[in-house]
Design a protein around this ligand. Structure first.
Ligand SMILES: O=P(O)(O)OC[C@H]1O[C@H](O)[C@H](O)[C@@H](O)[C@@H]1O
Length: 426
């Protein structure tokens, strides 16, 4: 596999016999589907168990959406939208539309202005909707769907049902009942796959395919990652090494991990990663707090704190070796900007120097570092990277003696909202 890891400290510290023995046992537990939260291990062998029939169903449905729509509105929050958003942002051109439909997200926050502007924006476009909720009861997407479902029925009448796709639990939840009643085409969120681990199910694959990306290649990367990071021994297994390093540093008092990139296209991989690690490890008063920065942009905002602030940070750089397009600095006749010293340097080479310079400065400032390097941003390598992070997260949380797969803490604020709004039963 191709995800390389480097560690700024002493590799012996993270490759101790204790770490290796624990991680080997955790690896076996994952395969045996035993251990805390083991009823949510459907993600672990999902790629290798994926059938061509399922992939074809995703591709055919995506083709139907593309042939009937200009815009696909994807309604979901948390793991129900972050995975597909992460993949699309990583793969899309900054400004040129993708080969598929324009995908717009909704229900990932509560904003009347956003929904009003969205319904106005799509008025002269053909629209389909994919509403996604594993529980089928989350308030934010449900609110968005109430407005957008009514919009679709007003606009398309009885044909609206053929333009609405529902991805939810196969056995329970309001969204399932609504889909059954209205005859919406339905896709399953597997009961044994949690939201933050669901990107390779219909939750992620249908929007990603509709946007025009190659889900076959995405799954090839994920499948190879499953085969490798789920079986390789510690010495070759950078997912185990990453988990061990995170726990070693956490135990030394470095309680905040900053995922740093020099490629803005990874901004939503960072958002997806924050939910994955934050929601999996942040329990029982424990866990590394996941934060993220985009360089060199954030060197002009958080750079001061990272260099000189409280020494409880470690940095994990997520580096991409090759970019799709690049520009090279040219010699200017009048050197008014005094940049002729950069002539001949590509902007990706500038970023590589930026990484080396920033890494040295922060290391000198007392910020331990990890670096994860992927070859390039294409479907295969994104698929590998997301699976790598999922299994690394499981390894890391179990090292911390935490159940990675529940999220009891997210119910508290919901209960308070329901009480304040006098929801029946609260
Ligand atoms: O997919 P849903 O059931 O709507 O859940 C969406 C999100 O909200 C929940 O409260 C959890 O925090 C997340 O793990 C989940 O991804």
């Amino acid at each position: 596999m191709t995800i390389q890891l480097t560690y700024s400290g002493n590799f012996e510290d993270i490759s101790s016999t204790s770490f290796q023995e624990k991680l080997t046992q955790i690896r076996e537990n994952l395969h045996q589907k035993v251990g805390a939260g083991s009823d949510f291990l459907g993600w672990h062998d999902w790629p290798s168990n994926m059938t061509d029939a399922f992939l074809n169903e995703m591709k055919e449905t995506a083709q139907k959406i593309k042939s009937t729509s200009d815009v696909l509105i994807v309604i979901g929050i948390g793991g129900s939208y972050l995975g597909s958003k992460a993949v699309m942002e990583a793969l899309s051109s900054y400004f040129k539309a993708s080969s598929g439909v324009e995908v717009i997200f909704a229900g990932h926050h509560v904003s009347g202005e956003y929904l009003a502007n969205l319904m106005e924006y799509v008025n002269d476009k053909e629209v389909s909707i994919n509403v996604i909720s594993k529980s089928g009861t989350t308030t934010e997407p449900a609110l968005a769907f109430r407005f957008l479902q009514t919009y679709m029925e007003k606009r398309y009448g009885v044909d609206a049902a053929s333009r609405i796709y529902v991805t939810t639990d196969a056995q329970k939840g309001s969204l399932l009942h609504l889909a059954t009643e209205k005859g919406y085409q339905r896709f399953e969120v597997p009961a044994n796959v949690g939201g933050r681990y669901s990107v390779f199910t219909a939750v992620g694959l249908l929007p990603i395919a509709a946007a025009g990306y190659d889900i076959q290649e995405l799954m090839r990367g994920a499948k190879n990652a499953e085969a490798f990071y789920g079986t390789a021994d510690f010495s070759n297994n950078t997912a185990m090494q990453y988990a061990a390093a995170r726990n070693f540093l956490y135990n030394k008092g470095y309680e905040v991990e900053i995922l740093a990139t020099f490629d803005a296209k990874l901004s939503f991989v960072q958002e997806w990663w924050k939910q994955l690690f934050g929601e999996s490890e942040g329990k029982e008063g424990k866990g590394v707090f996941p934060a993220s920065v985009s360089y060199t942009t954030d060197l002009h905002s958080l750079g001061q704190y990272i260099q000189d602030g409280r020494r409880f940070l470690f940095e994990t750089f997520l580096n991409v070796q090759k970019v799709q397009t690049d520009l090279t600095v040219f010699e200017a006749e009048n050197n008014g900007d005094e940049l002729n010293y950069l002539a001949g340097l590509s902007l990706q080479e500038f970023n590589k120097v930026g990484y080396e310079a920033t890494s040295k400065a922060h290391l000198d400032g007392g910020v331990p570092q990890l670096a994860l390097t992927i070859e390039k941003l294409d479907e295969y390598h994104i698929g590998e990277l997301l699976y790598f992070f999922m299994i690394s997260c499981a390894y890391s949380a179990y090292l911390l003696d935490i159940n990675p797969f529940d999220q009891p803490g997210v119910e508290d604020y919901k209960t308070n909202i329901f009480k304040l709004l006098k929801k029946p039963g609260y």
